[in-house]
Structures are given as C-alpha cells and as structure tokens.
Write a protein that binds this ligand. Structure first.
Ligand code: NAD
Length: 388
C-alpha cells in the first residue's frame, strides 16, 4: 500500500439545526465576534443573518457584522474586514456563507493581526503568518460547496494584477465548523449547480493527485457517488432537505480530500479564469474546463476516469476500464448538461484574443504539475482553445 499522510484539525459539527450551537462554540474563544458574510442581497439571506445574530446576542456575544464580501473576494474586501476586526478588537471571526465568506474570514484573521495585506501572505511568500497571533476562525458553510470549512486554504483575488491565488497553511484550518443543511435550503439554482460541481471536481482531482492515499481515496469516491446521485435531485427540488444534507456531507468529504491531497490541472486553470474574469463563478469555470481536461488526461489515469464514468453512467459498469475511461469526457458533458452547466469560455464573455494570456496564467499556480499528464505551454493553449 502507498504511504500517506492525513491531517485535519477542524472540529466538525454536522447536522440539521446545529447552527443553534454557534454561540456556545464562539464562547470557547471570546465574547466579541466579527461576523463575515456577503451582503443580504435577498430576504432569505437577511433572515439568515438576523437569526444567527440573535443566536449570538442571546448568549451575550457582542457582534460586528462585516457584510462586504463579494464572490471571489478581493484584497480590498479582506482589508475592509480586517480594519473592522481591529477597530472592534474582535476575539473571534465567524465566516458564514459559501467559500467566499469562509475564505474571507480566514484571510481577515491574518490581516487583522499582521502587517501588510492578505496578499503578502500567499502560500509561496515569507514570512508566513504567526500562529500565536491569529484570531480563531469559526466557519459556518451555507453552500455545498467549496469544502473551505475544513481546509487550510483562503482564496483571494487581486484585480490590479488580474490574479487569483491563495493563502495556504495548516494554521489556517478553522478551529470549528458548523455544517447545517437547513442553512442551504435557500441557495439559488445556479449557485447550487456550480458549487455542487465543485464538490465533484475536488473529490475527483484528489484521486489523481500524486498526494492521494487510501484515506483520501475512500472519502473521494464516496463524495463523487453522492454528487452523481443527489445533485440533479437538488436541482429539480431546491428544498429537498435529504438531498441537500447528502450534498453537504459530500462537500465536507471532498474538502477533507483537497486539504490532504490537493487539486490538479482544472483547478489551476479555474483559478486563472477567476483571476482574469472575476465575474465567472468558481464552479462555472471548472464546468467549462472539465471536458477538455478529461480528453487530455484520461489515458494517463485510466482506472480513475473509468470509475468516474461508471459512477456517472452505471450502464458502463460491464465495460473494460479502457473503454469506460475513453467515454469519460462524454459522460462529463452529459452530466454538465443535466445540471445546466454545459458551456464555453466565450459564453461567459471571455475575449477571443486573450487565449494565450489565459494559458500563460494557467501555468502560474503549481496545480497543473500534479496532473497525471503535465501540459506544455502549447498544450495549455490548446486546452484553453478547446474550452473557448
Ligand atoms: P460564494 O461564497 O461566492 O457564494 C455565491 C453566492 O451564493 C453569493 O452571492 C452568496 O451570497 C450566495 N449564497 C451563499 N449561501 C447562500 C444561501 N444559503 N442562500 C442564498 N444565497 C446564498 O460561492 P462558493 O462557490 O461557495 O465560494 C467560491 C469561493 O470559494 C471562490 O473564491 C473559490 O475560489 C473559493 N474556494 C475556496 C476553497 C477553499 O478550500 N478554501 C475551495 C474551493 C473554492
């Protein structure tokens, strides 16, 4: 058996109505909390935020609400939240929302306690944040999802240089996370589809990453099976709580996978798309890139692509791995059609004259090097062209 490492320091509270335990969790760390969210863009989110604030207030916790997070949070977003945390002398940071809010909470914990901005603490820079200084982070996920509630990653976008990168350090795991599927009933259809597909991508890429191992493998295939069976069900009935709960579990499993094995080519490319075109949702970028990635990679990872194809289409179970893997790009496209995400880069407004520039950007993060087949620059241009 291949040697492997597995690390996870976030305490997980999973299940319906667990949000009511938030105040008791916060009180383990302090009585002054910065609540980090996106704006209350609709009545459902406004209701969710006031419910959470009441849960905290009822136990005597003072709360300042930073509701300025935008999807794909920027350096400026983090700075505004960090300023609020410092002025309020927050003792705890609560990230309530999807990956954007939870990542913002982690990055705010860094910037509020260190000189400079969050961009100064990206994974490849020194010095890294001092664990003794960080504010504790509680993550409450409301999408399924990015897995951010159980990862050591905080993704930040820098519009000035059209780059999206990450803080990545084991000291950034949230202290505690709450995964309450009741909070996910209001997620709109498009966000449900994009975040749900992100779960499948996390799980699948962790199975082909050289960092994979027996533990990750176990979690990843379970997550993929759950997404295949439940994402279309959630999309047809958005308030199907059983299917929402299963997606929340798959999201958590897949988060544990990326925290331990990492992602590969599509995520590196997806980050580049998000950096250059921040209006494109993270999961939407992945959906656009996956068919070309699968076509490019399947021959270098036949067992995994065959298993994926057989989960997405059980009629392939009797096929040889080679035959099933060859069909995997087509099965991915069929699944994307089913969840309404079968699109191209031109559909999301990417200018045709930026194909080479995007390909270059796709090679900035090291993720593509962990792919079973490593793309040359020319192949990367072709991957972008095929996705265009
Ligand atoms: P998001 O957090 O950007 O949320 C998308 C939209 O959904 C927002 O407008 C938000 O207000 C809304 N929303 C969220 N929950 C809702 C609810 N319950 N009801 C109604 N509306 C709701 O989306 P996301 O895909 O979860 O996060 C994307 C970000 O996470 C990107 O920046 C991505 O790069 C990052 N990411 C981080 C990790 C990690 O490990 N840290 C992993 C993958 C992606």
């Amino acid at each position: 058996m291949k040697n492997f490492n597995y690390h996870q320091s976030t305490k997980i509270l999973f299940g319906r109505s667990r949000i009511h335990e938030l105040a008791d969790v916060v009180l383990q760390y302090g009585k002054k909390a910065l609540l980090v969210t996106t704006p209350a863009a609709n009545p459902a989110l406004a209701e969710q935020y006031s419910r959470v604030k009441k849960i905290l207030a009822d136990k005597g916790i003072a709360v300042v609400h930073f509701d300025g997070v935008i999807p794909n949070p920027t350096v400026a977003t983090i700075s505004a939240g960090a300023l609020m945390a410092r002025k309020f002398e927050a003792e705890v940071v609560i990230g309530l929302g999807g990956g954007s809010s939870m990542d913002a909470a982690k990055a705010i914990s860094v910037e509020a306690t260190h000189p400079g901005t969050s961009w100064d603490y990206l994974f490849y820079k020194t010095p890294q944040p001092d664990p003794a200084k960080l504010l504790p982070v509680i993550a409450v996920s409301t999408t399924s999802g990015t897995g951010s509630q159980v990862t050591q990653v905080a993704v930040v976008t820098n519009p000035e240089v059209r780059d999206k990168s990450a803080l990545y350090n084991n000291i950034l795991y949230p202290q505690v996370c709450i995964i309450d599927p009741d909070l996910m009933l209001t997620v709109p259809k498009f966000v449900t589809a994009t975040t749900g597909f992100d779960v499948l991508c996390h799980a699948f890429e962790s199975t082909i990453n050289p960092g994979t191992g027996a533990y990750v493998d176990l979690l990843a295939w379970e997550a993929i099976s759950i997404v295949s069976a439940n994402l279309p069900a959630v999309l047809s009935t958005l308030n199907d709580i059983d299917a929402r709960e299963k997606m929340a579990w798959a999201d958590t499993l897949a988060g544990l996978c990326i925290a331990n094995a990492g992602v590969t080519l599509p995520h590196g490319m997806g980050m580049a798309v998000g950096g250059m075109y921040p209006h494109v949702a993270h999961g939407e970028a992945l959906a656009i890139l996956y068919p070309a990635f699968a076509e490019f990679t399947w021959e270098a990872a036949v067992p995994q692509f065959a298993r994926l194809a057989k989960i997405l289409n059980p009629h392939l179970i009797g096929y040889s791995d080679q035959d099933a893997a060859r069909r995997s790009p087509g099965e991915i496209v069929r699944f994307l059609q089913l969840i309404g995400l079968n699109k191209k880069l031109k559909d999301v407004g990417m200018p045709g004259n930026e194909i080479e520039a995007l390909a270059q950007q796709c090679m900035v993060l090291p993720d593509y090097k962990g792919n079973p087949r490593v793309a040359t620059y020319e192949e990367m241009v072709e991957l972008v062209r095929l996705s265009y």
